[in-house]
Design a protein around this ligand. Structure first.
Ligand SMILES: Nc1nc2c(ncn2[C@@H]2O[C@H](COP(=O)(O)OP(=O)(O)OP(=O)(O)O)[C@@H](O)[C@H]2O)c(=O)[nH]1
Ligand SMILES: Nc1ncnc2c1ncn2[C@H]1C[C@H](O)[C@@H](COP(=O)(O)OP(=O)(O)O)O1
Length: 218
């Protein structure tokens, strides 16, 4: 968990790779559903994503939980789910989480990072002009297509998104704190947070490291 631009995507890919976890980003999953063949669910999901609004709990949960059941037998890492208390309660019915990671990144850092963030819209690949720049300025590494900046990452929009994140995330974080599974990491740099996270995860997940060569589940 973490506010927009806190580095959830960046760090969770790193965790999944290092510990051999199946990685599932809720936003990417919803994006794929929204662009898949037209079904009732895909039209509904797309209508929320187009407005950058949270997809209603019963819809996200109805899509995510069956996907997670397909991953049973593997250890997994979720990014961006659950985001609401309703989603957290639904997930609790399915399984007991081992650990919840929350990123606390100062507002000024988020603002700077997001003003420097560029994306390749077709794939969702994310770049940062100082932290992980594309090989050719303004172009996606794989396709060579143009990168764009999102209106949502501009300071005024960011402030609103941040306020919204805090309101919605607080009860979820409180729930996981009360279960004793919340680990919060504070800092301004992903690379500086990473060693702490790595050592806590290494103490909790030694067995999973041997799974690192598992093929991804379709
Ligand atoms: N300068 C800098 N940029 C970083 C760092 N960590 C991540 N970034 C960049 O910051 C931006 C946000 O990182 P993401 O991993 O997309 O963050 P997120 O929390 O998934 O963001 P949302 O999808 O907006 O919720 C990207 O452009 C990253 O490349 C860091 O330590 N320093
Ligand atoms: N757990 C979740 N519950 C409901 N909607 C979600 C969700 N995760 C992602 N979404 C939706 C919100 C946005 O419309 C879209 C993209 O999410 P995102 O990349 O996290 O962007 P944002 O930071 O603007 O919410 O998917």
């Amino acid at each position: 968990m973490g506010p927009p631009g806190s580095g959830k995507g960046t760090i969770s890919k790193r965790i999944a790779q290092n510990f051999g976890l199946q990685y599932l980003s809720c936003a990417e999953f919803l994006q794929d559903i929204g662009t898949a063949n037209e079904t009732e669910a895909s039209v509904l999901v797309k209508s929320y994503i187009d407005k950058r609004m949270l997809v209603p709990d019963h819809v996200v949960t109805g899509l995510m939980l069956p996907r997670l059941e397909q991953l049973s037998g593997h250890s997994w890492l979720l990014e961006g789910y659950p985001r609401t208390l309703g989603q957290a309660r639904a997930l609790n019915e399915l399984c007991q989480l081992d650990m919840v990671i929350s990123l606390n990144i100062p507002y000024e850092t988020l603002r700077e990072r997001l003003s420097d963030k560029w994306i390749h819209p077709a794939s969702g690949r994310v770049y940062n002009m100082t932290f992980n720049p594309p090989r050719v300025k303004g172009k996606d590494d794989i396709t060579g297509e143009a990168l764009v900046q999102s209106e949502d990452d501009k300071p005024e929009a960011l402030m609103t998104r941040l306020r919204h994140y805090k309101d919605v995330a607080k009860p979820v974080l409180d729930l996981y704190k009360s279960q004793g599974i919340l680990h919060a990491f504070s800092g301004t740099d992903t690379d500086r947070i990473w060693p702490y996270m790595n050592s806590i995860l290494s103490a909790k997940l030694p067995a999973q490291q041997s799974e690192s060569h598992l093929p991804p589940v379709a």
